[in-house]
Design a protein around this ligand. Structure first.
Ligand code: PEP
Ligand code: MN
Length: 340
């Protein structure tokens, strides 16, 4: 099995071209990473039938490597350089720090507009707000639906801020992608393989949340479902997992997932301390912990009147608290070498 072709330091452009041609002749796509030292060429596709020998004999080839991980395209072994996602100039990935903030649910235009204006003013780069809500009880507020999507579009255009909103089903992908800059797949849908395949076929970035009971290898395999379909703009989000202890917190924020994922994959890793803890008073300390652990950004719930929120008011920051959060995390993110 041949997955990665490591070229010799002195390999010529012509030799690199010959390797790429061979890959394409076999019906695969080539991914070229040009490092300072040498060029590495990845083979995209199911390479189980290809022997190392096919490439080892070509001039300029130093080594042929097989990747044994199931999540090949997602793995850093296959794609050593960090993926940086660019949304109209806002960069997401290693070396950058992005704050996505807004209400859990879009409730009306005033609420979204007021929140968006505030968070943008304080340095958040992306507005969050769901219109299709997956709730534990079917009697809870399930979101404004298409009407809410119109509000998201209006606020995005009026304030010129990119937005992220959730998709629940494959049928929603098209209408949501028309408005939203990033599509969110929530914790409950991480294992929804049809939905993963569907968002894999679009160009827009996807924020994939870890299922609250998923192992990290399962999380990475679900990202692979998206990448395999051609969409490599995937952002991973740790949002807390279920453990034996839910006495003081809604979930247990798995901070160790951050450095593990950053090692294992080239994709950006962000943290949602709002769902991760379920308590507004824990959001600022856990945001700081996430930055210290190497996160590339945060997803934060904010509401102008959390006590009146239709969902997740208990964990939503007030506007005042959001201002404090931003003031306290900006120097920390800079200390970690991030541009914010
Ligand atoms: C949300 O972001 O509002 C949400 C529903 O998140 P999760 O899927 O992580 O519960
Ligand atoms: Mn929420």
């Amino acid at each position: 099995m041949a997955d990665l072709i490591i070229m010799r330091r002195d390999a010529t452009e012509e030799e690199i071209k010959k390797v790429v041609e061979k890959i394409e002749k076999l019906g695969f796509k080539a991914h070229i990473s040009k490092g300072t030292e040498r060029t590495i060429i990845g083979i995209i596709g199911d390479t189980r039938g290809i022997s190392d020998e096919t490439f080892r004999i070509l001039p300029g080839v130093s080594e042929v490597i097989s990747i044994l991980k199931e999540y090949k395209l997602t793995s850093r072994d296959f794609h050593p350089e960090d993926t940086i996602i660019d949304i109209n100039g806002t960069k997401i990935g290693e070396g950058y720090f992005v704050v996505m903030a807004g209400p859990c649910s879009v409730e009306n235009k005033t609420q979204l507009y007021e929140t968006a204006k505030f968070i943008k003013d304080k340095g958040a780069k992306i507005l969050r707000g769901a219109v299709f809500k997956p709730r534990t009880s079917p009697y809870s507020f399930l979101g404004l639906g298409p009407e809410g999507l119109k509000i998201v579009k209006e606020v995005k255009e009026e304030l010129k801020i990119p937005v992220i909103t959730e998709v629940l089903s494959p049928e929603e992908v098209e209408p949501v992608a028309e408005v939203s800059d990033i599509l969110q797949i929530g914790t409950r849908n991480m294992f929804n393989y049809r939905l993963l395949q569907r968002v894999g076929k679009i160009e827009k970035p996807v924020l994939l949340k870890r299922n609250f009971s998923a192992k990290l290898s399962e999380f990475l395999n679900c990202a692979e479902y998206i990448l395999k379909e051609g969409n490599s703009k995937v952002i991973l989000c740790e949002r807390g997992i279920r453990t034996f202890d839910s006495e003081f917190t809604r979930n247990t924020l798995d901070l160790s997932a951050i450095p593990v994922l950053k090692k294992e994959t080239h994709l950006p890793v962000i943290v949602d301390p709002s769902h991760g803890t379920g308590r507004r008073d824990l959001v600022i300390p856990m945001s700081k912990a996430a930055i210290a652990a190497g996160a590339d950004g945060l997803l934060i719930e904010v509401h102008p009147k959390p006590e009146e929120a239709l969902s997740d008011g208990f964990q939503s920051l007030t506007l005042d608290m959001f201002e404090i959060l931003m003031k306290e995390i900006i120097p920390l993110a800079k200390l970690m070498g991030k541009k914010i």
